[in-house]
Design a protein around this ligand. Structure first.
Ligand code: SF4
Length: 215
C-alpha cells in the first residue's frame, strides 16, 4: 500500500496540540476492545514485522535510570489484555526478553524520531506552523512523496548528500526514514546533519535573477 493511502485509510492523528498534531497512529478496529487491525483469530498477521511497542509488551520503560545510566523497566499488569503469553510457564529476565524480541535495532531506528519529537524546539511551540507540520509528516510518514520530492526536484544539487546514501534511498525505505530524520534536524533545528553545497546559494540567486528578468 502506498504511504499516502495508508495515512488516509488506516491512520489517525495521535493527539492534538503541539507536536502531537503531526504524529500518527494506526486506526484501531471499531469493536468493543478497539482491537488492533492486524489481529485475526489466527493471531497477528504481521508478527515478523510487529512494531516496537508490541515487542516490548509487557514491559514499559520508566523515565528514571539506574545508577549506571541503564534504562529501568516496569511490568504492565492490566489483566484485561487477552495475551496468551501470560499463561506460559517460562520465566524471562528483562535482558533475555529484549534480546528475544530483537528490540535493539528498533531502539536504534526510533532514536532520531524520539530526539525530534521530544526536542524543546518543537515541544515549546503552542501551535506548530502548518509548513513545519507538513515537513514533519512528509519526511517521516509519507515516504513515497518524500522520495519523489528528493529525486524530482533540485534537492541534490543544493545539498551535500553522500553518493552511497543517495543510491540507497532510491529503493530502501528504512534508509529514507533515517534520511528524513537528518533532513528534519537540519531544516527544523538548524543542526549540521546536512549542509548546503558551496555554490548552492549563489546558484539559487542566479536562478531567481533569471526568473525576474523573464517576468
Ligand atoms: S502483535 Fe502488535 S501488531 Fe500484532 S496483532 Fe498484536 S498489537 Fe497488533
Amino acid at each position: 500500500m502506498r504511504s499516502g493511502r495508508l495515512r488516509s485509510e488506516r491512520a489517525e492523528a495521535a493527539g492534538s496540540g503541539t507536536v502531537n498534531d503531526s504524529r500518527f497512529m494506526l486506526k484501531m478496529k471499531e469493536d468493543e476492545y478497539k482491537s488492533c487491525p492486524f489481529l485475526t483469530p489466527e493471531g497477528c498477521i504481521i508478527y515478523e514485522d510487529r512494531p516496537w511497542s508490541c515487542r516490548m509488551y509487557p514491559l514499559e520503560t520508566v523515565p528514571r535510570k539506574t545508577k549506571r545510566g541503564a534504562d529501568k523497566f516496569s511490568l504492565i499488569t492490566e489483566n484485561n489484555i487477552p495475551c496468551l503469553g501470560f499463561e506460559q510457564d517460562k520465566e524471562w529476565t528483562v535482558t533475555e526478553w529484549l534480546k528475544d524480541q530483537g528490540i535493539t535495532v528498533y531502539n536504534k531506528k526510533s532514536q532520531p524520531f524520539m530526539e525530534i519529537t521530544s526536542s524543546k524546539n518543537l515541544l515549546g511551540e503552542e501551535d506548530i506552523e502548518p509548513a513545519k507540520k507538513e515537513l514533519f509528516y512528509i519526511s517521516l510518514y509519507d515516504l513515497d512523496r518524500f522520495r519523489r520530492h528528493l529525486f524530482e526536484s533540485r534537492f541534490f544539487s543544493l545539498f551535500n548528500v553522500e553518493k552511497e546514501v543517495i543510491e540507497r534511498i532510491k529503493t530502501d525505505d528504512e534508509e529514507l526514514l533515517d534520511f528524513g530524520a537528518r533532513w528534519l534536524k537540519f531544516s527544523l533545528f538548524g543542526e549540521n546533519t546536512i549542509s548546503f553545497k558551496d555554490d548552492a546559494l549563489e546558484k539559487n540567486m542566479e536562478e531567481l535573477d533569471r526568473r525576474r528578468e523573464n517576468l
